[in-house]
Design a protein around this ligand. Sequence first.
Ligand SMILES: [Ca+2]
Length: 402
Amino acid sequence: MPRGKRTTRLLLALALTTAVAPASWAAEAPSAGGAAAAPAAAPPADLTVTTTQVASGLRRPIAVVSPQDGTGRLFIAEKTGAVRVYHPDTGLAAGPLLDLTSRVNANDNERGLLGIAPAPDFRRSQLLYAAYTRASDNAVTLARIDVRRGTVRELITQEHSEYSNHNGGQVAFGKDGHLYWSIGDGGGSGDPFRTGQRLDTLLGKILRVDVSRSCDGAGYCVPEDNPFVDTPGARPEIWVSGLRNAWKFSFDEADGSLWIGDVGQGRTEEVNHLTPAQGGANLGWSCKEALDVLNEDQCDPDADYTDPVFTYPLTGGNCAVIGGRVYRGKEYADLAGGTYVVNDFCTSRVWGLRPDGSGGYDSAVLGSFPTQVTAIGTDENGEFYAVNDLPGQFFKVSFAAE
Ligand SMILES: [Ca+2]
């Protein structure tokens, strides 16, 4: 298949962005105090990133996670519905760990299996949480899967049938033991349902739920300290609002802070960084796209918008931010420790960000990834891996200092 054709299709659907406004690349000052900087030997400006292919033949992979079960395995989720297993000693296993293909609609580019998160006690429980587009009605769905028994229980669904884009789909456990899930704004362009600023819908949000317990037969509970539990009309599962399409977010293992890559519309890609105390933050969409007002009608003069800590423009071929992770592994601790690594899907440019300890962030281009990287994941030791959409390769990520 012509590579250009694939690229165009993905540009249109996964990114849904068009480069229209020239602007200079810039790191932005934070609007809220970031986490304390961790000591690291190399400033981001001196750091470079490289990749080594370790497997291939994946079908549109979109997530890499470690079950943290002492086996050294990595789970790789494919958008088409399978969860594959990789081990550094034996490579990619032929058969999948799980096959959700029949439950998932993956026919549109942003629909399908979108995220997986092994339970913190996976070694014992063999429970895995997954976000996907439900085949029957295209609702975005959070489900608990018992890998041992092969059973699936749907916990939360959100209607998402009108547009196929902006499904979000990241699922991850925080240091607080709760499960977080991102859902896009409902799709289309310009937030047509005006969901980003509404608290009565799960669209355009990151949710936080306690899946270790069950309340009212729901299969999960809302943590009592969620920010909107006492707000009339608000969905109590909401943790942060004002998101367009948080394709990837992650937690820094060191301080529990939340890093979010929110895909921009026509002008700017953004990264947000929130401390665990910033539940309830409003990240602006669709009043704002990154630092700029997009739609005055969506702006509330009394609202307190939390600005991104890093932005880059949709120029020069950039199309969609792929939120990454903070490096906390051992192999490159003296080089990359404490560095948040993030890439653009189309240009494959990789940036490193690090809190500077005084409320700002140091940032620099670290190099380039292979084409179309959709996710960065870590193994049991915190070492970085990455997958790309097409052609479906799997890479170990390395760092060096210039
Ligand atoms: Ca924003």
